[in-house]
Design a protein around this ligand. Structure first.
Ligand SMILES: Cc1cc2nc3c(=O)[nH]c(=O)nc-3n(C[C@H](O)[C@H](O)[C@H](O)COP(=O)(O)OP(=O)(O)OC[C@H]3O[C@@H](n4cnc5c(N)ncnc54)[C@H](O)[C@@H]3O)c2cc1C
Length: 468
């Protein structure tokens, strides 16, 4: 099996500030043997490695990363640490009540555990647990959360609080926000500081980390043989923690579509944030399918992101997944629309990244067909910072052959709706994406979207939240 090597070209502002003199280590040389080889040095790969070492301290674990740990989505995301409560309707569509509660509560607990992990290992990842505001910025979007709140109530949980319209406008610092709910448990982090901190913890735990060592070829068997440009690793078990890059394997390409998400960052504006009233460090999203997500930073900037949904032919991770001027312009336009009072303030940084979107926007775990020692955990769909900790537990249990609540949870081996093959995948995906864009532009301008656009938009995969 061949994998495609396409490390990101442009670093995020997060990475530039967390690692101002980022060193790219020498590549793997020669032949090595390990018990578990993990391909991908993001949150999923690192949590898997750390959990493996927790279970079996003497096990030999290696991470192979084409770039540096955090070079992918983990070092370039919005830093929202979310639960799976906004996806509870999707979860209950394939889980029984007990399992949906287990996954929902575990994902919420993972947020607290992340704070504890940072404290325990003295990682200054700017962890702040000040909640997430799910808002409406168009009359059409008011109460988008109602179905989610109802689904939570049916399970006997109430993670969301309703806020008055004036409270939402006050907390967000902009009257563009018309309504909203708050999920208090959610947090924010500086994601690159977190992933680089996790790398250090993993090294200290004895995990071998080979950066600058992309895997070009997987030879299935027992053991599995992995090839890089100048080295080879044989491993009893392999974990694919390759996020959107997993689409290089046809079997996994059916499960996910790589979509662009982009972020712009303003110059420091601490005083203005205070004048506007956005001082609570909440994470905020609107209710668009091409979701806007924004938060403040420790040095008083706004980091404003948008799931622009741009796709590529053949699901290839092209340069537009690290720096796409078109997506960045869409993102800045939404920043300006949401915070028009900041028009005099400059955007100083921008970048893009790949999201591995499944149809229902929940991840899927399993092993490659016919190869029970090659495991995967993909499809984080824009919510991987918090849940990747659970992903690490699931993948570690799968790699060790443990029969436990993680390896047997409902996300493992679940039936997912498949994406079509090319050229339908790209042509159909682009058609639907443009319809969603036109529909949401109309809604944001207070107009009714065209019926055809509304109809086509219904074919889009689920978003970050399940909306009514
Ligand atoms: C712009 C953006 C904003 C986001 N915002 C948020 C957010 O606010 N909150 C949230 O929860 N989630 C967010 N996400 C999603 C989140 O970042 C991911 O779900 C999470 O980081 C997934 O971790 P990962 O380890 O699977 O992926 P990654 O961090 O991408 O790790 C995969 C790694 O595999 C490596 N790799 C690929 N192929 C090979 C190969 N052949 N050999 C060796 N290495 C290989 C890549 O270089 C990469 O480093 C966002 C994503 C993006 C792009």
């Amino acid at each position: 099996m061949k994998l495609a090597l396409t490390p990101a070209l442009k670093r995020s502002h997060w990475m530039e500030t967390a690692e101002p003199s980022l060193h790219i280590p020498a590549a793997l040389q020669g032949a090595h043997q390990v018990d578990v080889a993990i391909i991908g040095g993001g949150f999923v790969g690192l949590w898997t490695a750390l959990t493996l070492k927790q279970h079996e301290p003497d096990i030999r674990v290696a991470i192979l990363e084409q770039d540096v740990c955090g070079g992918g989505a983990s070092g370039r995301n919005g830093g929202f640490v979310m639960s799976w409560w906004p996806k509870i309707s999707s979860l209950t569509s394939f889980c029984d009540k007990e399992q949906a509660l287990f996954l929902g509560q575990s994902a919420e607990r993972a947020i607290y555990e992340l704070g504890e992990f940072c404290q325990q290992h003295k990682i200054d990842a700017h962890f702040q647990q000040n909640g997430w505001l799910w808002t409406a910025t168009s009359p059409e979007h008011i109460d988008s959360w109602q179905g989610t709140l109802d689904a939570c109530a049916r399970l006997g949980v109430a993670p969301f609080e309703r806020l008055s319209a004036s409270e939402v406008a006050r907390r967000t610092g902009s009257k563009t926000h018309l309504a909203g709910v708050l999920e208090r448990s959610n947090a924010t982090v500086q994601p690159a500081a977190l992933v680089r901190g996790m790398r250090k913890v993993a090294l200290a735990a004895g995990v071998e980390i080979h950066e600058n060592s992309g895997v070009t070829h997987i030879e299935a068997g027992n053991p599995v043989q992995l090839s890089t440009a100048s080295g080879r690793i044989s491993a009893a078990n392999v974990v694919l923690a390759t996020n959107a890059w997993s689409a290089a394997l046809p079997e996994l390409a059916k499960l996910i579509v790589p979509v662009n998400s982009s972020i712009v960052v303003t110059e420091p504006i601490a005083q203005r944030l205070e004048q506007m009233g956005w001082t609570g460090a909440e994470a905020i999203t609107d209710s668009q399918m091409m979701v806007d997500y924004y938060r403040t930073t420790r040095d008083g900037r706004i980091a404003f992101g948008k799931g622009t949904g741009v796709i590529s032919y053949g699901a290839k991770i092209t340069p537009k997944f690290s720096d796409d001027p078109y997506s960045i312009a869409l993102t800045e336009a939404d920043l300006r629309r949401t915070y028009p009072m900041l028009d005099d303030k400059a955007v100083t940084h921008s970048w893009s990244g790949p999201i591995d979107r499944t149809y229902d926007s929940l991840p899927v775990f399993g092993h490659l067909r016919g190869h029970e020692n090659i495991h995967y955990g993909i499809g984080w769909s824009g919510n991987g910072v918090g849940p990747s900790r659970l992903g690490g537990r699931i993948l570690a249990s799968l790699a060790l052959g443990r029969k436990d609540e993680w390896s047997q949870c409902a996300l493992v081996g679940r039936q997912c709706k498949k994406f079509p093959a090319e050229p339908m995948r790209y042509l159909g995906g682009s058609l639907v994406r443009h319809a969603v864009l036109r529909k949401e532009r109309a809604e944001m301008a207070g107009r009714k979207a065209a019926p055809l656009d509304r109809m086509l938009a219904k074919l889009a995969p689920a978003g970050l939240e399940d909306k009514s």
